[in-house]
Design a protein around this ligand. Structure first.
Ligand code: NAD
Length: 493
């Protein structure tokens, strides 16, 4: 195990993301030996905390993961707290002094990872000050990890990008999309490029349609304030879903390394058909959940949730047909769907192959056979399944469906590294494969912006789906019009 050497500076060190994801991930990397003696963490936020108090908080966040108290204390001793208002230029010189001191104490070779775990409105200010106050070193590496959302449309994203690029080069910027850290998302490349039977059929000659579902079973919970200004299109489609589309649609890269993969993903995103208003109305539908009582559990109407406007027109559900205008995919719809308060939590991809030209197993050969479907389960279950037709045992020539399934065991899944752990390690290794490049962000916004603009000109009739259903009727109709149906249709209990 090669020890990684770096000073992490976490802006927003007292926040939810830092506590729930970053400290536990750093601890896992420490347990595995990737972090050992030569690392230190500076947590910053406005509050006045002592190092001791900060370390207690850090210890609290890893309590479930620790086996030895000594070990945990040793880990926490690498953490330092610095009260810091990101808008105050002077505070950066204090930060610089502490960075220098820790760099010497822990022999960190001037390697810096700046993690912006706070509201995006501050990203530009922070990066500007980091440069002006000379916190960016000349000798070691300087890497910047930033959280989503990256802008709220193309224009704001481009402005933000310009601000950040004034201080950091594109190759120093690691834009997090935690979906890209998930084991099974990374497995898409293995399914395609390690299996002749799939890659040889991965095109419009053999694939009828592809379906991507990111289904959440909870409502907005405590995030109503943020969500009401964002909605499902910006929160899920612009980033996670289009990233999955690009991984499924891209051409084989010349090698499985960051630049080669990015190049192909960007090409795939450039091939997305940017819709006209009329096409948006035809190919995209939205929904908002209403109250319901299922199995004795009552869910609120979205508009009654905390910090949500009582007349909100924010969508909590999106379904759409994405078209990729290139040689491989012309004519193959990629149906996407995501929503809150749906019947079952889960992310899965269903690849539906074309039907047989004739059904030799039916008397008049016309009744269609069920299609072959390859399913990639992303979460919470991880695995694959392949739907096949086989002959029913017994007399006659009746067919029946058979499902070949591989699901990672609960033990394998729980041992597989958390997305944030993987992504932080990638960043320590200087590997940007699983982060989003500016060109990808830009292209995704361009696709999403026309949908948003079209929708903003009309007032939708919301709510239009009951909580704990699989979304509004218009989502089913979208596929029915093309002669398809959602393959994943979990039933209520
Ligand atoms: P949070 O509100 O819990 O934390 C924000 C942090 O910023 C706090 O430490 C706060 O003290 C600090 N802060 C605010 N104003 C400051 C200022 N002027 N100077 C210095 N510090 C200041 O937010 P969060 O949930 O941790 O989210 C952080 C970022 O991560 C956001 O961009 C969010 O969209 C993104 N994100 C969070 C999650 C999550 O699970 N929490 C998931 C995905 C993305």
């Amino acid at each position: 195990m090669e020890e990684k050497i770096a000073l992490f500076t976490i802006f927003g060190g007292t926040g939810d993301l830092a506590r729930r994801k970053l400290y536990p991930s750093l601890y896992r990397l420490y347990k595995k030996g990737f972090l050992n003696k030569k690392f230190a963490v500076i947590g910053t936020a406005r509050r006045e905390w002592s190092d001791e108090y900060y370390r207690e908080i850090v210890l609290d966040t890893i309590a479930d993961l620790t086996e030895s108290k000594e070990d945990a204390l040793e880990f926490a001793s690498h953490f330092y707290y610095q009260a810091h208002n990101v808008t105050d230029a002077e505070h950066y010189s204090t930060l610089k002094q502490l960075s220098k001191k820790l760099n010497d104490t822990y022999q960190l070779e001037d390697n810096h990872i700046y993690y912006l775990a706070m509201s995006p409105q501050f990203f530009g200010t922070i990066t500007e000050h980091l440069k002006d106050q000379e916190l960016i070193s000349d000798t070691g590496f300087n890497r910047l990890i930033i959280e989503k959302p990256f802008g709220h449309d193309y224009e704001s994203a481009a402005t933000l990008n310009e601000q950040i690029r004034a201080s950091f080069k594109e190759e120093q910027i690691y834009r997090i999309d935690h979906y890209l850290g998930k084991e099974m998302i990374q497995n898409i490349s293995a399914v395609r490029f390690a299996n002749t039977i799939f890659e040889s059929m991965w095109n419009n000659r053999y694939i009828d349609n592809i379906q991507i579902t990111l289904s959440e079973s909870l409502g907005v919970e405590e995030r109503g304030g943020y969500y009401d200004t964002s909605g499902a299109l910006r929160d899920m489609v612009q980033n996670h879903i289009l990233q999955v589309v690009s991984l499924l649609a891209m051409e084989p890269p010349i090698e499985l390394k960051d630049e080669a993969i990015r190049e192909e993903k960007i090409k795939a995103l450039r091939s997305l058909r940017i819709y006209s208003k009329e096409e948006v109305q035809k190919y995209f539908v939205r929904g908002q959940y209403g109250a319901s009582t299922v199995d004795g559990v009552t869910s609120l109407d979205y508009r009654e949730e905390k910090n949500v406007a009582p007349d909100s027109t924010t969508e909590t559900f999106v379904a759409g047909k994405v078209l990729i205008d290139n040689f491989r995919w012309a004519g193959v719809p990629f149906y996407i769907r995501t929503g809150k308060n749906l019947r079952q939590k889960g992310t899965q991809i269903n690849i539906q192959f074309k039907s047989m030209p004739l059904n030799l197993f039916s008397d008049d050969h016309t009744e269609a056979l069920e299609p072959n479907v390859l399913t990639i389960y992303i979460q919470p279950t991880e695995g694959f399944s392949l739907q096949l037709n086989s002959k029913k045992i017994g007399p006659g020539l009746e067919t029946e469906l058979l499902n070949l399934k591989h699901k990672n065991s609960a033990e394998t899944s729980s041992n597989s590294p958390e997305a944030y752990e993987k992504l932080i390690l990638d960043c320590l290794n200087g590997d940007a494969t699983n982060f989003t490049h500016w060109d990808e962000v830009a292209q995704s916004w361009k696709f999403v912006d026309v949908i948003r603009d079209t929708w903003d000109q009309e007032t939708p009739e919301f709510p239009n789906y009951p909580s704990k259903s699989m979304g509004p009727v218009c989502s089913d109709e979208l596929l029915e019009k093309d002669g398809f149906k959602w393959f994943w249709n979990p039933k209520s209990n």
